[in-house]
Design a protein around this ligand. Structure first.
Ligand SMILES: O=C(O)CCC(=O)C(=O)O
Length: 315
């Protein structure tokens, strides 16, 4: 049943701690939902300060100089530093932050593409921004029974070199059977066409099955393999008028700092390279349904205690 509207508490920056029926319909129809002012300016500022502190204080001395790659310029990132980052805070470089001879061409705080993947546990301000009443209510409203936060990241999209993210579905990278991933994506700075805002193939979550998944290969390394399990979430109503992926049209999602964007795991979305002078810092974490199968093939394996519950009182 769709949740009913609840008036916002006076101190809340968001219009409500619950999704309205209209917001839920928008999410179900489009596969994404933009919620302006979900975070207060002071929370955004605290998250940005923490990010700048991390960027200026991490050490290069023992860093393997791992670059984050989406597979367009070079093969997907899959070294040990990346594969064991699920319970750590690690720093991945922009591919274009290096000269042809492999030297860093930017100061380190301007060279990092992303920080991940355990901010939701290890960084107090990011932990606080993850385990909120609003996020709990959203997870309940979109149908989670036991939402588990399995990864979190800061994506920096650095000025001039911030890498493009090609069209993808999050459930390809965070596969459960049946698929269940949902992205909570939060702008820490204004995101515009110039600095590489997200764009979305509206409604594609209903016509784009999750056909492949990103796995640890038996022979070692990582790669894609065909999905053998379900390709849509449980009980999903598919759009009968399917489209080829290449025919999809993308709508820009320019948003202000403090905006939360909810992204369905089957939705095709992307972001372009940042050629502007302005960075585009965002924080994102993903939830999966803890009751669905999550197998050993997934590139991201759970910490010893399992993926973190978004809230404790599951029904
Ligand atoms: O922030 C971006 O540019 C891309 C993020 C994204 O696609 C994701 O988190 O799934």
């Amino acid at each position: 049943m769709a949740p009913s509207f609840i008036s916002p508490p006076a101190e809340s920056p968001s219009t409500s701690t619950k999704l309205t029926t209209e917001q839920l319909t928008t999410y179900n129809t489009n596969g994404y939902l933009i919620i302006p002012s979900a975070l207060s300016p002071s929370t955004v500022s605290a998250l940005l300060s923490e990010t700048h502190h991390m960027l200026s204080s991490f050490s290069l001395t023992d860093h393997p100089m791992t670059k984050f790659s989406t597979g367009e310029q070079s093969s997907h990132v899959g070294d040990d530093y990346f594969l064991t980052s699920g319970d750590k805070i690690r720093f991945f470089f922009e591919e274009d932050a290096f000269s042809t001879t492999g030297q860093l061409t930017k100061p380190k705080h301007r060279a990092i593409n992303k920080i991940g993947h355990y901010l939701h546990k290890l960084s107090p301000p990011f932990r606080e921004a993850t385990f909120t009443k609003l996020n709990e209510e959203i997870a309940r409203a979109v149908g989670f029974r036991d939402p588990r936060v399995l990864q979190s990241m800061i994506i920096c999209k650095q000025p001039k070199i911030g890498g493009r993210v090609p069209p993808h579905q999050d459930s390809t990278f965070l596969y459960t059977n049946p698929p269940s991933a949902v992205g909570f994506w939060i702008a820490l700075e204004d995101c515009t066409r110039e600095n590489g805002c997200l764009s979305f193939a509206k409604g594609s979550h209903r016509r784009a099955p999750v056909k492949s998944r990103f796995v640890r290969k038996q022979e070692g390394g990582i790669g894609f393999e065909d999905v053998k399990g379900a390709q849509y979430p449980e009980g999903f109503e598919m759009d009968e008028n399917g489209k080829e992926e290449a025919e999809e049209e993308y709508e820009f999602g320019e948003v202000k700092a403090g905006t939360l964007v909810l992204i369905h795991g089957n939705l095709l979305h992307k972001s372009e390279k940042n050629l502007s002078e302005k960075s585009r810092f965002i924080y994102t974490f993903h939830c999966i349904e803890g009751r669905n199968e999550y197998d050993r093939k997934n590139w991201l394996q759970p910490p010893e205690k399992g993926f973190t519950r978004l809230y404790e009182n599951t029904s």
